[in-house]
Design a binder for this molecule. Structure first.
Ligand code: HEM
Ligand code: HEM
Length: 179
């Protein structure tokens, strides 16, 4: 099934959701791995390359995800879900959509505005030389990147708890619709 229906998400929505979920989770592991390596270790650069190149992919997948969702209906809420729960889920989802675009965008801009290119998985470079340069704006996006990640991390944890509560406490089909 291509499009979302009243009872389930279509396959493009599921594919994009799980690809983004895996790639975003990996972003935290690359940083964690980098922070645990001894100073001067060549793998630090490798971890940052993976972080930046994957982030670039997440940015475009995030845009596709939002566009596909705008062109599609959302499956019906389970009848047991109260209106405050629906509001909470709607707000969390909206913020997740914004952050999976804003996080990589701030990462891309903080480097590009200083003239740094992105090494795309050692396959080629996404070049920044023609990009307008601004130290001040780069610093702004750097700060944004470092702070918004806490909001994203918190929302992801809330989102996962929500999915598990539906599965094991309410025992409804919310998780099944996304699998
Ligand atoms: C880690 C990054 C993740 C992001 C950025 C993310 C993002 C999203 C977004 C934006 C939606 C809303 C879809 C809509 O518009 O209807 C959604 C739905 C959903 N997600 Fe995630 N998700 C992530 C991880 C997970 C994980 C790990 C699980 C499972 C444990 C999960 C389970 C679900 C379920 C069940 C729905 C459907 C909710 C519903 O129909 O009300 N997600 N996700
Ligand atoms: C969804 C995508 C992304 C997530 C979740 C993410 C997450 C993070 C996290 C958790 C940190 C560590 C923050 C800290 O040390 O306090 C970080 C740092 C960093 N990120 Fe990202 N990031 C993403 C995309 C990107 C992209 C696309 C780029 C660049 C092209 C990038 C470049 C950087 C750089 C250079 C740092 C190190 C900053 C520093 O040490 O001050 N990130 N990111």
């Amino acid at each position: 099934m291509l499009k979302n229906t009243a009872s389930s998400y279509g396959w493009p929505m599921k594919l994009l959701h799980w690809l983004i979920a895996i790639l975003v989770t990996m972003q935290f592991f690359y940083i964690l791995a980098k922070n645990n390596l001894p100073e001067g270790d060549p793998n630090i650069g490798q971890m940052m390359m993976l972080h930046k190149a994957s982030g670039f992919v997440i940015f475009w997948l995030g845009i596709l995800f939002v566009l596909w969702r705008l062109a599609n209906r959302k499956p019906d809420w389970p009848a047991t879900m109260s209106s405050w729960q629906q509001h909470l889920a709607n707000i969390t989802h909206a913020l997740l959509y914004i952050l999976i675009i804003l996080m990589p965008l701030s990462g891309i801009l903080m480097g590009m505005l200083k003239g740094f290119s992105i090494n795309f998985f050692n396959l080629g470079t996404i070049c920044a030389t023609r990009f307008p340069q601004s130290e001040a704006l780069a610093d702004y996006f750097h700060t944004l990147h470092l702070y918004t990640v806490w909001l994203l991390g918190t929302l992801i944890i809330l989102h996962i708890i929500g999915a598990l509560v539906h599965k094991f406490f309410y025992k409804d089909d919310v998780l099944k619709k996304m699998l």
